[in-house]
Write a protein of this length. Structure first.
Length: 313
């Protein structure tokens, strides 16, 4: 493992938040630790952002969501379906609140944060089905929450980045909904763990390779769904005709090469893709946007991409 001095100074809050955490091996223990970690890096929601917690009916399951909207905004706004990280096993609407309101405030969009079902209780395809169901509902009912169904995007971090990629593939394959953009932040896409980043950053200090392997194994039920492109987007047979895509990786992250490879596959298929790598930063770097100027610049790059595609004429 590289010394802490190697990493960007803006990563200090992430490193400090993990210090002193109790050992966590069971899902219950891991969820408790994740909540403490997220809480240590959270920031109060600005008063100019309004929220509504509700459920959205989808086939087979009513999905809890939190809808974020800029207070006082006039007219229908573009909509972003946002999926949180946590290895498909951790996370909820509260642990991802700071990320979701940040997109709402800085993109000037309605953000629908999805509280998808988690593993091990609900392996694939539960998280994908929940997220796609919310996207499809939004394409038909966006006006109910002040949104514009003609300006939809998907975005997610880590496991949520996987889901964003899977939703873009499924929307293309199924003929709808039409997406203006897909933004994937430090995504896991299902690449093999022999890639260089998995070896170089095997031991973290944020995400580790063994933990990522465990998350993937549980989500995919071992080998059962390992090569299903909606579970592991890296295994899609066709990367053409996808919406404009932003792939945002951390240099010092075991799954960095998932992002690199996914962006390359879209580019090789002739698609519109922007790849950005946060130098000397760790998995989860967006959580440092409110305390570090460089991390803030990474958040702004993400928001610039989404604004360009969602607010274009």
């Amino acid at each position: 493992m590289k010394p802490e001095s190697f990493f960007h100074p803006d990563m200090r809050p992430l490193l400090d938040a993990r210090k002193g955490m109790p050992p966590a091996t069971t899902p219950k223990e891991m969820r408790r630790a994740w909540t403490l970690y997220a809480r240590a890096l959270a920031a109060p929601r600005p008063s100019e952002i309004t929220t509504q917690d509700r459920t959205i009916p989808t086939p087979g399951h009513d999905v809890p969501v939190r809808v974020y909207r800029p207070a006082g905004a006039r007219g229908p706004l573009p909509c972003i379906v946002y999926m949180h990280g946590g290895g498909f096993m951790l996370g909820d609407l509260d642990s991802s609140d700071t990320s979701a309101w940040g997109l709402c405030a800085d993109v000037n969009a309605v953000v629908v944060s999805v509280d998808y079902r988690l593993t091990p209780e609900h392996p694939y395809p539960a998280a994908f089905d929940d997220s796609f169901g919310v996207l499809r509902w939004l394409s038909q009912h966006a006006a109910e929450i002040g949104g514009d169904p003609a300006r939809l995007a998907v975005s997610g971090e880590s496991a949520g980045g996987n889901l964003a990629a899977a939703l873009a593939l499924a929307a293309r394959d199924r003929g709808s909904p039409a997406l203006r953009a897909c933004a994937m932040v430090y995504p896991c896409t299902g690449e093999e763990t022999t890639l260089p980043s998995y070896v170089e950053y095997k031991d973290g200090p944020s995400l580790t390779t063994p933990r990522m392997e465990m998350y993937t194994d549980v989500y995919c039920s071992g080998a059962k769904h390992r090569r299903d492109p909606y579970a592991s987007p890296a295994f899609a047979s066709d990367f053409s005709n996808l919406p404009p895509t932003f792939v945002h990786s951390a240099e010092c992250d075991p799954i960095r090469d998932d992002g690199r490879m996914y962006a390359a596959k879209i580019a090789q298929a002739g698609g519109s893709v922007t790849y950005r790598e946060a130098k000397r930063m760790l998995h989860g770097f967006l959580r440092a946007r409110l305390t570090g100027a460089a991390a803030r610049a990474e958040h702004e790059a993400l928001c610039d991409f989404l604004r360009a595609h969602l607010h274009a004429d």
